[in-house]
Design a protein around this ligand. Structure first.
Ligand SMILES: Cc1cc2nc3c(=O)[nH]c(=O)nc-3n(C[C@H](O)[C@H](O)[C@H](O)COP(=O)(O)O)c2cc1C
Length: 169
């Protein structure tokens, strides 16, 4: 079975999860950043990872997803929001919608630290920021700063181990 992991990652969070996912793929699985990703046609299963930008999969992965058709796929992502929030659910649904024409066998989302440069730029905007700092937001960003952690990597491995087991059955 030929398997492939393709991920998009600006600051390394999604790459970390991609490496965890890759570690449970069958021997010989490929792993590529999206910009170097091969044509997915020869692969039996493709794991696709994105970071959440503007409430959906980032543009590079959204574009690549558009080139994957008729495959069995698994989707994973990292985001600043709580992974069990409505925002997270919608972000994953946007990725699933983008993967239309494929069979989605599983999904995984976890938090990932937000680029400090983005946070600094927003702090400078103060009250004009579209995301003003509240106690809730502060707590969420502080938690995000600790992710992905070892438990996130383990959870991602578990989700993709199950997918691979079912594929090999
Ligand atoms: C420009 C930008 C936009 C973002 N938009 C969102 C968003 O809409 N929702 C969200 O939950 N997190 C958002 N984030 C947070 C990232 O999705 C999160 O930090 C992710 O783990 C980054 O992954 P990476 O390290 O693989 O690039 C944004 C981050 C940046 C830099």
């Amino acid at each position: 079975m030929k398997t492939l992991v393709v991920y998009s990652s600006r600051t390394g969070n999604t790459r970390m999860i991609a490496e965890a996912v890759h570690s449970v793929m069958p021997d010989g699985a490929g792993i590529f950043p999206v910009r170097d990703a091969p044509d997915p046609s020869p692969y039996d299963f493709v794991a696709l990872g994105f970071w959440v930008d503007k409430g959906g999969p980032d543009a590079d992965m959204a574009e690549y997803l558009g080139s994957v058709r008729g495959k069995r796929v698994g989707l994973f992502g990292t985001l600043g929001a709580w992974p069990d929030s409505e925002h997270a659910r919608k972000a994953m649904q946007a990725a699933v919608d983008r993967a239309e024409g494929n069979t989605v066998l599983g999904t995984f989302l976890c938090q990932g630290k937000v680029d400090p440069k983005l946070l600094a730029a927003m702090a400078k905007m103060g009250g004009n920021s579209p995301h003003p700092m509240t106690e809730e937001r502060k707590a969420r960003l502080e938690e995000a700063a600790r992710h992905p952690d070892a438990a996130d990597c383990e959870n991602a491995r578990r989700v993709f181990t199950d997918i691979v087991k079912n594929l090999e059955r």
